[in-house]
Design a protein around this ligand. Structure first.
Ligand code: CA
Length: 367
C-alpha cells in the first residue's frame, strides 16, 4: 500500500467507525429497539382479491409499514379466502393464526352484536362524527375494551363515506313497496328492513349480481356508485336509490392480535398506528373521489334511474331504526352500553353539526 492509499484507508476506517458510533447513539436514545430483529407478519382481510380501494388500502398499509420500518415489520396481506375465509378473520386474528386482519365490525355481529356501532348505524353518524367519537370521545377505548377479551387490539382503518340506498327492480313510493321485498342488506339495516315488513337476505358479494339479475332477490344494497358500477348492478336493476340510510359512513378496522402487538418495539407500534391513520384518510378520499366520477358515468346510462327515497319512506325507516336499536338494547346489556355511549356523543355532536355542516349544506340549495 502506498503512502497515499494508506492515508485514504485510515480516513475511511475512521469515518465508518464514527458513523457506526453515531447511529448507535441515535438508536439507543429511543427505546431498546433491536434493529436486527425482523417481524414477519400476516394479515387476512375480508375483501375479495384485488378489490379496489378496500383490499388496495390494506396492501398500501403493509407497504407503508415495510418502508417506514426498513423491512423490520414485513406484513404479507392475504385477501378473503386466500388464507382464511372472509368471515373467519376475527377468529383467526384472535387465535393468533394471523397477526392482523382488515374488515368491518358488523361482520362479527353474530359474536359481538355491540361491535356494530363501530361500523355504521342506520340513520347514525357520518364519517366525521364517527372520527370525532372514536378518536376523541372514548369510542376507540370502548371498542378496544370490547375486543380485549378476544385478545384483540383494534384501530380504525378506513371509511366508505355515505353509501347508496341500493338497487331495486321496482320503484319505492311508499312503505307498502317495502312489504315482502327480498333485499340483500346485512347488519342492523337488515333488521330494520325486517321490522318494516321486508325480507332481508344474507349473501356474499360474489352472488349479488346473479341473484338480482335472476330475480332471486328484488333489491340489493352494495356500496356506492364506484363499487356498484364495477359489479355491474346497473345491468341487473333499474332503480338506484339514495341515500344509504342504513350505512351513512362505514368504518373499517385493523385488528391486531394483542399478544403479538405487545412483542413489537414501541417505534414499530407507532409506525403501525401512523400508517393505519394514513390509510383511513386514503380510503375515505378514494371513496369520495371515485364515487363522484362513477356517478357521472351512471347518469349517462339510459337504463338507470337515480331516485331519492320519498320523505315518508325515510321517516318511517328512521322511526323503525330507533325502535329496532331500542329493542336490541333492552335485550342485551352489552349492546345497551355501547348504544348509550354512541347516543350520548351523538346527541352532543348534533348541536354543532346542525349549525355547521347541515346549515351550510342547506345554504347550497339556495339560489
Ligand atoms: Ca353496504
Amino acid at each position: 500500500m502506498t503512502q497515499h492509499k494508506l492515508f485514504f484507508y485510515v480516513l475511511l476506517t475512521t469515518l465508518l467507525t464514527a458513523c457506526g458510533g453515531a447511529s448507535d447513539v441515535a438508536v439507543n436514545g429511543e427505546g431498546n429497539a433491536d434493529l436486527a430483529q425482523q417481524f414477519k407478519w400476516e394479515m387476512a382481510t375480508t375483501w375479495p382479491a384485488n378489490f379496489p380501494i378496500f383490499q388496495e388500502g390494506a396492501e398500501r398499509f403493509a407497504d407503508d409499514v415495510r418502508l417506514m420500518s426498513r423491512g423490520r415489520l414485513d406484513i404479507h396481506v392475504y385477501a378473503g379466502g386466500e388464507l382464511v375465509p372472509a368471515l373467519q378473520v376475527f377468529d383467526a386474528v384472535s387465535n393468533g393464526v394471523v397477526e392482523m386482519g382488515h374488515g368491518s365490525p358488523y361482520y362479527w355481529a353474530g359474536k359481538v352484536p355491540e361491535a356494530q356501532f363501530f361500523s355504521s348505524v342506520p340513520f347514525g353518524m357520518t364519517a366525521k362524527g364517527m372520527t370525532a367519537w372514536l378518536y376523541n370521545a372514548g369510542g376507540l377505548e370502548l371498542w378496544n375494551e370490547i375486543y380485549k377479551p378476544f385478545n384483540l387490539k383494534v384501530l380504525p382503518m378506513g371509511n366508505t363515506g355515505v353509501q347508496m340506498g341500493g338497487w331495486f327492480n321496482k320503484q319505492i313510493n311508499s312503505m307498502e313497496d317495502i312489504k315482502g321485498l327480498r333485499m340483500r342488506i346485512p347488519g342492523l339495516g337488515g333488521k330494520v328492513l325486517k321490522k318494516a315488513g321486508g325480507n332481508p337476505v344474507l349473501m356474499a358479494g360474489s352472488e349479488v349480481y346473479t341473484a338480482l339479475e335472476r330475480g332471486t332477490i328484488d333489491a340489493t344494497e352494495w356500496v356506492g356508485p364506484f363499487h356498484d358500477l364495477r359489479l355491474g348492478l346497473n345491468r341487473a336493476a333499474k332503480f338506484y336509490y339514495y341515500p344509504g340510510w342504513h350505512e351513512p359512513g362505514t368504518v373499517f378496522e385493523l385488528m391486531i392480535n394483542h399478544t403479538k402487538w405487545a412483542l413489537l418495539p414501541t417505534d414499530l407500534q407507532k409506525m403501525v398506528e401512523t400508517a393505519a391513520a394514513a390509510t383511513s384518510e386514503w380510503i375515505y378520499a378514494q371513496m369520495e373521489f371515485h364515487n363522484q366520477q362513477a356517478l357521472k358515468e351512471l347518469k349517462t346510462k339510459q337504463t338507470v334511474q337515480i331516485l331519492e327515497f320519498p320523505e315518508a319512506v325515510l321517516s318511517d325507516l328512521k322511526r323503525t331504526s330507533k325502535a329496532t336499536l331500542a329493542e336490541e338494547a333492552a335485550a342485551n346489556p352489552k349492546f345497551k352500553r355501547v348504544y348509550d355511549a354512541y347516543a350520548a356523543f351523538r346527541a352532543s355532536y348534533e348541536g354543532w353539526d346542525k349549525i355547521s355542516e347541515e346549515s351550510y349544506q342547506a345554504s347550497l340549495r339556495l339560489e
